[in-house]
Design a protein. Structure first.
Length: 308
């Protein structure tokens, strides 16, 4: 037996282990004392990973900055980020952390069964106003401006109350999100996005996302990602695209552009410096990809935000 045979055997065993893992379908435990589930968790946490579930989820980031993926959309977040994720839509929020850092109570999450809303609407016709919101959440929605601020306050208020008072805050939250003006909504995943989720794809994607999100500004390659999960590149590419709705290279590009937008918004760094900082190898390539993605050049994007 040669050294290559040993290596190939180890790789095959690792791939077999990964491909046998359960899909990251989060199981939401029911709460017999409440109509919906409200909980908070820190980061890192076993529940903070690439996952999906049949319940709808309203999500608040309390602290820190980072990157998130909802369906095939990649963006950046900071404290105050509020979103709703539809049934079955995969999602993950990855914070920027120093080594050993833990963000206590980073997230507040509200999860509920869509059937509960339907049943409530049967008895309370006013609840029908929530239905369009749930339909639109199939793509994921990020809320902006005043809608995000008032929604965050209602989310927090739910956690400090029980009984009828908690329901009061829940209904207020539904009213805020359902009534948010279009200019304070950002739809996330593409309309055509339809994930094909299974244990094989989920196990691979969960590991690879951590690799990409941690190293996107440096050297990120499909070969290295595939080796990380012990799979041949063609097999890895197949499972990755099936689970995320996009090619590996597209995900890396979107992540780098999302980081670039944040730097253009939050810093006065030169565009050429931002280009290299987010992982592009030359300025013309960066400008071309930014224009294709945002419909304007980095300079135009910054000038528009600055009102100039």
């Amino acid at each position: 037996m040669t050294a290559a045979d040993v290596t190939d055997g180890a790789t095959a065993r690792l791939a077999e282990r990964l491909l046998g893992m359960r899909a990251n379908r989060e199981v939401i435990p029911p709460d017999p004392n409440h109509s919906v589930r409200w909980h908070q968790h820190s980061y890192p946490s076993p529940v903070a990973r690439w996952n999906y579930h049949p319940e709808y989820e309203i999500h608040l980031i309390r602290k820190g900055t980072g990157k998130f993926i909802v369906g095939d959309h990649i963006g950046t977040f900071e404290a105050g980020h509020v979103s709703i994720v539809g049934s079955g839509l995969p999602h993950d929020w990855v914070s920027d952390l120093e080594p050993g850092e833990v963000l206590e109570g980073r997230d507040v999450v509200i999860q509920f069964d869509g059937k509960w809303v339907e049943q409530a609407a049967f008895l309370l016709p006013e609840m029908a106003e929530v239905k369009p919101l749930l339909e639109q959440s199939a793509r994921g929605i990020e809320f902006l401006g005043r809608s995000a601020v008032t929604a965050a306050a209602a989310i927090e208020a739910m956690g400090t109350t029980t009984g009828l008072l908690r329901l009061e805050h829940l209904f207020a939250l539904f009213g805020i999100l359902a009534g948010a003006p279009q200019e304070e909504r950002r739809y996330l995943a593409d309309e055509w996005f339809r994930p094909q989720l299974d244990g094989q794809a989920a196990a691979v994607v969960d590991i690879v996302l951590e690799y990409v999100f941690s190293n996107h500004a440096g050297s990120v390659t499909m070969a290295e990602a595939a080796a990380l999960v012990g799979m041949p590149e063609p097999t890895f590419s197949k499972y990755f695209k099936r689970a995320t709705g996009q090619n590996f290279s597209d995900l890396v590009r979107k992540l780098r552009l999302a980081h670039a937008r944040r730097l253009l918004e939050r810093s006065d760094k030169a565009i050429s410096d931002i280009c290299y900082e987010v992982g592009f190898s030359n300025l013309s390539n960066f400008n071309r990809h930014f224009l294709n993605d945002a419909g304007e050049t980095p300079r135009q994007y910054r000038q528009r935000l600055q009102g100039g």
